[in-house]
Structures are given as C-alpha cells and as structure tokens.
Design a protein around this ligand. Structure first.
Ligand SMILES: *Cc1c(COP(=O)(O)O)cnc(C)c1O
Length: 432
C-alpha cells in the first residue's frame, strides 16, 4: 500500500498517477517531471469549501496559499472553484492577476512588502492586504492616499501559540518576524492606529500558527485568543471587527505513520468554537477565512526521476542517484523532510532495500531521502517521490544551472503540460 491514493498501480505493475502510467509520462515528457492529479487538487479545495458551508453557514472564504505551488494553471483552478488566493510577493500577485483572478479575493501577505508591491496591490484593488508591522501600516496609508484609494487590510497578530511542541502551549512567542505581539500591547496600538488612518479599512485580524499541524486543538486555541482580542478591541474602541483569518497549516500524510483528522473535522471543530465563543464574549460572529496551501496540493503531486548510478558502499550505505535533486526539491536538505519513494516500473515488488536517494548537484547534502525502503533498482529505472505537490516546484532553483522541470497535470488519464521545461537559453537569458 502506498501512502496516497493519488497513485496506484496498473496491470503492467507500473505506477499510475491520476490514471496515467508513470512510465509513459516519463517517456513522453522526460524526467525530472512534476506530475499533478488535477482531480485531487479540486477534491481538496471542495472539501474545504463544503466544510465551511456545512459547519459555518458558508460565512467564510477558503483562500489557497499559493506559495505552496504557484503557476497560472493553479490560479485558473482556484478561479474556477471560486476560492480566494493568498500571495506573498509581487511575482505571485502578478501570476494571479495574469489569469484575471478577481483581485477582491486576493489576500496579500509578507513581513516586508516593498513599496512597489504595495502599490501594485492597491492599484489592482487587492481585497485584503495583511499588514505586518507599523512601518508598513504607515507606508500603505500613504500609498493609498496618493492613489486616492482606500485599501482593505487585516492585521497579522502573533497569538502566542506554538503548535509544533507536542503539548502545544500558549507561549509568549514574541520572537517571530511575523506580525504584532498581543502581550506587549503592540497589537492594540496597531489596531487603534489603523482605525485612525483615513485610507485604510480595517476588515479584521489574521493569525497563522505554523505548518504541517496534525492536531485540531491549536487551531481552536488560536481562535479563542483572537476572539478575546476582538472583544478587547470592542471594549477599548467601540469598534467590532468583521473578519477573522485563521491562516493555514493543516497537515498532510507524507509517510504511513502520519495521521491527521479529515479537514472537515478541523473546520467543524473550529467553527463550533468560533460560534460559541464569540457568543459567550458578546461579540459578532465573524466572517472567517482559512488559508490552506500544503493540504490542497501536497498529496496531489508526484516527482518522477530516472536513476543514474547505484553506488554500493559496503557496510556504509547504497546511494541511488537520480537526475534531479535539491534544485527541484530542497526540502530534505532544508528540513530533513520525509517522503515515500517507489520504483515506478517495479511498483508492485516489495521494497526490500534500504538506500539513500541522492540528487545530481555538487553538494553532499543534496539528498532526497536517507535510509528509505526501495525496490532493488538499477540504472534507467524510474523513481517516484510521492506527495511532492507542495513547496517543491515553488522552491525549485537553478543551482548548478539546472533547468527547472516541467509541470504536468493529469485528468482522466490524460496529461497536459501546464509549465514547460526550462531551457538553457532561458537560464542565460538575463546574462549580459
Ligand atoms: C505558508 C502560509 C500558509 C499556508 O500554509 P500551509 O502549511 O501550506 O497550509 C497560510 N497562511 C500564511 C500566512 C502562510 O505564511
């Protein structure tokens, strides 16, 4: 059994992705290759939308965090599915706008947005700019005033919850580069300042407590901390804010041992907490936003590689080298991230070998996975690294002047290119 149902095997014993034979894909489009199951992406999006409709009366917006995987086709899918998009740079904003994504449904994040990025956001009518700090608050008000516009904003708050400790705790997590701290009074000062700025419309508050979170409880705790702050704002200023953005961070399964509740359960529980707690505090039930990234695209993506050399170092380890590596997937090098790997042309054989899968970059740390179980493989075999849909293509680089792989989407067994393979001409295009 493989970790995700996005992949399966066919009568030839080959791996299939979204119904397409992985070997045929590798043959047709070359390797390394990013392959996405379009149905899986849409299914995940709909899971979130349906949950917000069912458990929160539809009084919310699902916003895809595009930093997980951003390209025009992904923005088109979000547009078709009627959700919002969260962007964190001028480049992601440009990508969304280039497919006529409705600006009102764009949420713009970042702890140090530039003057040009903020100007582009205001000029294009981005619905919610998430203001991170006082400098930005002032700068944005000036930009909006100069353009004769009013910008919709939310403030990013540090709720002081560390979701990554086993017993997640409410800590004084002031040491983060993102957002305004509650406990120092900084957040309240920022709210008051924002309310006084004529060219800004404060729509609500935002928090994001981390990524790859399996428990529901940290989200519930964050919602409570934020709602208490809504109440404090009401008491101190008389203003009732309309919107609560709870960020993203819903975990996915990389390995069989990983477990998370269905996303509907997260939304159900958090919705119940928001409804009952806002009632208890005597404040309006807010419109909510959630910003899933990884949980929408993570398991939908698979990376295919061709095996080059297999190097057995007696009593030490076996290196299986592939034609990609940290340039297309830097996550193991960065975080020691887990992945399940399978040999696509021997997908039904047992994984009896323990190997290290290495990339082709000139860097010892260029590994995809260490001590992982794999079928016995030889040069020319095709490897599939599973659940690479999030933070792989979007984190890819040209290190060693390696061209970025293409992105393929598969739907009903049919594959199409949504991002072409980079060429050496493109890599040298800006060289003088
Ligand atoms: C990264 C990020 C997300 C998405 O996180 P996932 O773990 O991919 O769901 C959402 N909101 C903000 C502000 C982020 O920085």
């Amino acid at each position: 059994m493989l970790v995700t149902k996005c992949v399966s095997t066919n009568e030839k014993g080959h791996l299939t992705i979204g119904g397409a034979d992985a070997l045929e894909l590798a043959e047709k489009f070359g390797t390394p290759l990013y392959v996405y199951s379009e149905d899986k992406i849409r299914q995940k999006i709909r899971e979130f939308i349906l949950s917000v409709n069912k458990y929160y009366n539809g009084n919310g917006l699902v916003v895809y965090a595009s930093k997980a995987f951003c390209c025009k086709e992904m923005c088109r899918i979000c547009k078709q599915e009627n959700i919002g998009i969260d962007v964190v740079s001028g480049g992601e904003l440009y990508t969304a706008l280039s497919v006529d994504f409705p600006a009102k449904k764009i949420v713009f994040h970042g702890n140090n947005k530039t003057y040009d990025e903020l100007t582009a956001a205001v000029e294009n009518g981005v619905g919610r700019i998430i203001v991170d700090n006082k400098t930005e608050l002032k700068k944005l008000n000036e930009i909006a005033a100069n353009l004769g516009k009013t910008a919709g904003i939310m403030l990013r708050i540090k709720p002081g919850i560390d979701a990554h400790t086993h017993d997640f705790i409410k800590t004084g997590q002031i040491d983060s580069k993102f957002g305004f701290a509650l406990e120092t009074g900084e957040a309240m000062d920022a709210v008051k300042a924002a309310l006084d700025m004529p060219n800004l419309k404060l729509r609500g508050l935002h928090c994001h407590i981390g990524s790859q979170i399996f428990d529901i409880a940290p989200f519930e705790l964050a919602a409570k901390v934020m709602l208490e702050f809504f109440r404090d704002i009401k008491l101190e200023t008389g203003v009732e804010l309309e919107e609560l953005n709870l960020g993203g961070g819903f975990g996915i399964k990389y390995l069989k041992k990983d477990y998370h509740e269905p996303y509907a359960e997260y939304i159900k529980n958090v919705s119940a907490v928001v409804s009952s707690f806002s009632h208890e505090l005597g404040i309006k039930t807010p419109f909510i936003l959630i910003e899933p990234g990884r949980s929408i695209v993570g398991v939908a993506g698979t990376t295919l590689y061709t095996v080059g050399s297999v190097k057995k170092i007696p009593d030490i380890r076996t290196y299986v080298s592939v034609d990609g590596g940290m340039a297309d997937n830097p996550r193991y090098a960065l975080y020691r991230s887990d992945y399940e790997i399978v040999c696509a042309n021997r997908a039904e054989e047992d994984r009896t070998e323990t190997v290290t899968v290495a990339g082709k970059c000139c860097e010892s740390g260029d590994l995809i996975q260490e001590n992982t179980k794999l079928q016995p493989v030889k040069s020319g075999d095709i490897l599939a690294v599973l659940s690479t849909g999030a933070y792989n293509y979007s984190m890819a680089s040209n290190y060693n002047r390696i061209a970025r792989p293409p992105v393929i989407m598969v739907k009903d067994g049919e594959a199409r290119v949504v991002v072409k393979r980079e060429t050496y001409e493109q890599i040298t295009a800006n060289d003088i």
